[in-house]
Design a protein. Sequence first.
Length: 247
Amino acid sequence: MTAPPRALRPQPAPDREGARAIPALDAVVFDLDGTLWDSTATVARAWDAAVRRLHPRRPPVTQAAIAGVMGLAHADIARRIFPDLDPLERERVIAACYREEEARLRGQGGALYPGVAAGLEQLAGRVPLFIVSNCQAGYIETFLQWSGLGPRFRDHECHGRSGLGKRENLQALVGRQGLRRPLFVGDTASDEEAARGAGVPFVHAAYGFGMAERPLARCADFAAVVRFCLGSLPLEREPASGAPQAG
């Protein structure tokens, strides 16, 4: 049985990036929506098109409505967006929305937050990277393919594939990868709650969709996330005196 991750010492979060020393990390796990990219514009267009075909007289599905449910599990999203539909019709409509969403995301993608591509390249050279999301099956794969960031990540897990919540998925990924000192980076209170339940320290991506109560740190942009993580890694060893160096 894999030992549980050793929790980093909880302290009040600074309002600026990584202002305190913590034990060295051995992995960084990222949430996806609101942390690595913003796909709400594409998703809203996709859902609205799907709904128009099935229920032409319904109000439009707006980008604000989609942003308001980012990070929630499938059942919660369905209830919030289509509260008046009976359960069977709700599932039929949201399945059509997911199909249209995946097709459009493959071609149009979303908006990577500034610094994500370069920052992940920098981090991946120093520490294993992972993704845990509440999204449907296939969504993470679409993100990785569209963005070209697939090689940066070792593994990922999502609600649509496992049927589990974010806390359980985070625990599952930590266990199967044998992680001892991971960090979870996310943007919402539910991300913070999942990290706390899994015993994993949490850093708030404050540029995303939501708030956090007591994160280890709050980062105003992705560059701050990178600096915090790099500052929490073991120092790279200098070559021993007289040892050959790559040239």
